[in-house]
Design a binder for this molecule. Structure first.
Ligand SMILES: [Zn+2]
Length: 64
């Protein structure tokens, strides 16, 4: 069984495991997930809080 995972997959796992908690109102979304989009060498994670509509965005740069 191969253990190789791309940096993207590893980052995604990390975010999937982390708790989604809105920094604006403290709402914790247990069922939600990060919306992941990629462009070029960047990965953008977005989480829209269902309680207050705050948008949490994190952008990461992938190493080549
Ligand atoms: Zn919120």
């Amino acid at each position: 069984m191969s253990t190789y995972r791309s940096p993207f997959e590893r980052l995604r796992e990390k975010y999937d495991e982390s708790e989604l908690r809105c920094p604006a109102c403290g709402y914790t979304d247990a069922d939600g997930g990060w919306r992941v989009t990629t462009s070029g060498g960047r990965v953008r994670y977005q989480f829209v809080c269902p309680a207050c509509d705050a948008i949490e965005t994190r952008e990461l740069r992938l190493e080549r």
